[in-house]
Design a binder for this molecule. Structure first.
Ligand code: 8Y7
Length: 279
């Protein structure tokens, strides 16, 4: 725990988290790791090796698709996707592994299976999640979302998106405190694309310095997302440059972790920024 949180604080650039998507239906790389309807463990290991070679600092593995409109995943399916992969990656690689889940059962299993971090797009709102996360003693990313993936892009409305997302995250920090989760274990994420219009996403991105000023490490996930597609008018496979540009801007805002599909492009971009830091 301390080790990952300390490395966020010590590094002169954000950590780059490479995405290992174990769902067959993700919007950007869905099904890449499947042979027919079976998750292909060799393909997963190959993908992980690739991300590590490209310079990833940690990997995020997830078995529930949270893209807008995605179907709900049964707990048994999520466990069956994530746990064997966690074990295989732990056995083969040294890199810290984050588990992307909202399920308390998987949080418990992930912790005993050697995960280095929990990443919950529902900010520990599911019944039992606070307790499971507390017991894990792992760092936890609390992300803001508006409603469930099936409905979240319906017609998101906020009076003031930055103020409301900030208030939500503060409330979750408070809830974590009451559940026995120290502030030093928490990472905050405004949740780009989760129940936000283009304008709302842009407002949140402009406000990244204010999220950083909350005093906890901030994570940003904008890789290949539709906010980039909307501005560039490009399909998902042509959003690498847009994603890299936003990674640099997020880094300049003081973000601690950037969650991406395209690790090589991100790392090169961040190295250029790092080289230009004041002497
Ligand atoms: C995010 C995320 C996704 C994000 C955090 C995608 C799991 C959609 N996005 N977790 N997960 N932040 N913390 O495009 O923005 O990868 S899934």
């Amino acid at each position: 725990m301390t080790c990952l949180m300390a490395s966020i604080a010590q590094r002169s650039r954000p950590l780059v988290m490479g995405i290992v998507n174990l769902t067959p239906d993700s919007f950007s790389d869905g099904g890449d790791l499947y042979r027919g309807d079976q998750l292909d463990l060799d393909a997963v290991l190959y993908r992980a090796q690739q991300l590590i070679d490209e310079g990833a600092d940690l990997l995020d593995i997830g078995g529930e698709s949270t893209r807008p409109g995605a179907d709900k995943v049964e707990l048994a399916t999520e466990l069956a996707r994530v746990l064997p992969v966690l074990e295989a990656l732990r056995g083969r690689f040294d890199i810290p592994l984050s588990v992307d889940t909202s399920s308390p059962e998987l949080m418990v299993e992930a912790a005993s299976g050697g995960a280095a971090m929990l990443n919950d797009v529902r900010a520990l709102c599911r019944p039992g999640a606070l307790a499971a996360a507390a017991a894990s003693s792992l760092p936890i990313c609390l992300m803001h979302t508006l409603g469930e993936p099936q409905v979240m892009q319906g017609n998101p409305r906020y009076r003031d998106v930055v103020a409301q997302v900030t208030a939500f995250l503060r409330e979750r920090i408070e809830a974590c405190g009451e559940a026995g989760i120290a502030r030093s274990r928490l990472v905050l994420d405004p949740g780009f694309g989760f129940g936000k219009t283009l304008e709302q996403n842009l407002s949140l991105f402009r406000a990244l310095p204010a999220f950083v000023a909350e005093g906890l490490p901030v994570m940003v996930g904008v890789s290949r997302k539709s906010l980039i597609g909307a501005i560039l008018d490009k399909p998902v496979e042509q959003r690498v440059y847009g994603s890299a540009a936003l990674a640099v801007l997020a880094a300049q805002s003081g973000v601690g972790i950037i969650r991406v599909h395209d690790v090589a492009a991100t790392v090169d971009s961040l190295k250029m920024l790092e080289a230009l830091q004041p002497e």
